[in-house]
Design a binder for this molecule. Sequence first.
Ligand SMILES: Cc1cc2nc3c(=O)[nH]c(=O)nc-3n(C[C@H](O)[C@H](O)[C@H](O)COP(=O)(O)OP(=O)(O)OC[C@H]3O[C@@H](n4cnc5c(N)ncnc54)[C@H](O)[C@@H]3O)c2cc1C
Length: 388
Amino acid sequence: MASIRLTLTDEQRALKAGVADICKRYPGEYWRELDAKREYPEAFVNELTKAGYLAALIPHEYGGAGLGVTEGSLILETIHENGGNAAACHAQMYIMGTLLRHGSEAQKRTYLPKIATGELRLQAFGVTEPDAGSDTTKLKTTAVRSGDRYVVNGRKMFISRVLQSDLMLLLARTTPVDQVKRRTEGLSVFLVDIRDLKGFEVRPLRMMMNHSTNALFFDDVEIPADSLIGHEGKGFSYILDGMNAERILVASESLGDGRWFVEKAVQYSGHRVIFGKAIGANQGVQFPIAKSHTAVEAATLMRDKAAALFDAGEACGAEANMAKYLAAEAAWEAGNACIDCHGGYGYAEEFDIERKFRECRLYKTAPINNNLVLAYVGEHVLGMPRSY
Ligand SMILES: Cc1cc2nc3c(=O)[nH]c(=O)nc-3n(C[C@H](O)[C@H](O)[C@H](O)COP(=O)(O)OP(=O)(O)OC[C@H]3O[C@@H](n4cnc5c(N)ncnc54)[C@H](O)[C@@H]3O)c2cc1C
């Protein structure tokens, strides 16, 4: 039965210390410069890969560290606590689950060892579409079998890290929606090698934060039939499996952001003297920071519970969703408290707060917006009527 520890093990402390050591070599200036140019943190991701951290969830037999989502969470949380942004590489951890759980032995042997060494990058996850949005079952991209190939046509929106990745996990409809009993059927998942793919166009989008996000266009793109993961038509359920890991890992990034904001706010408000005393002595400044710390700590417990359930192979949909919600809201509130206590300096780029503020905002919207998390809790946890 799953249980959660209230303190980290020695191994987990060492794991966090190792990640923090790397982060120290990539200070605020590094992230700030890339943010201004909207460039990918190539050097940071390469170092993290070489040190094996991005292969944390790959089993030993395929060259990875064989760790769980609990440890993956600690890695991502540590990057954010130290002012970095793991969004550049987090997808590799949660995409892995679909390949691990549903991929064939041949697919795992072909790809996992190369992903573990960094020879191949699996950082792109193509689900969202312009017309479907949160309603994934309405996606219109099709993959039609033709001999030993599938022919893909359609569009995807907001797909990140495509230009920095060799492989993409793609969700497409293989059976038209009017030929399936339930809308969740007839969708399939493909592990696509996107290097030199004919008919495939990637248009980068300049977003609010540095996120390497794109619009994708598929025009009669041919992919080998053996790119299919698992069974045709079962893709939606495979993706759902991976989404719990994604929510837990993304929650961990928010927790790291929340801690970074709180620490920065505590330090600054303890030293900034206005009206003859440190501003942190005023309850109007202190309480929002204390409240943020409290929310981050509470969200951490939910994240730990979700990760423990996930690693024990137990149902964790409710906990993974609630962890993502609580952590994203806690980070956002901590960001506000941090900006408020810094006054005008909170808006100055050199303080990194405005960058972190923009970065942390994303997790209220993606990978699933917080309204839909509440809809999930209302319907699936509390048994209330479906709201959508
Ligand atoms: C920077 C960035 C990177 C991304 N990277 C990826 C990626 O790599 N791969 C990928 O597949 N996707 C990615 N996404 C897409 C992201 O997952 C979607 O933006 C998100 O799922 C919401 O879809 P949408 O933007 O179409 O919003 P919509 O579904 O159109 O929703 C718009 C708003 O309406 C509200 N809403 C909708 N339906 C309901 C309802 N029933 N009840 C209450 N409120 C509702 C929500 O609050 C939502 O905020 C990324 C997005 C961003 C911004």
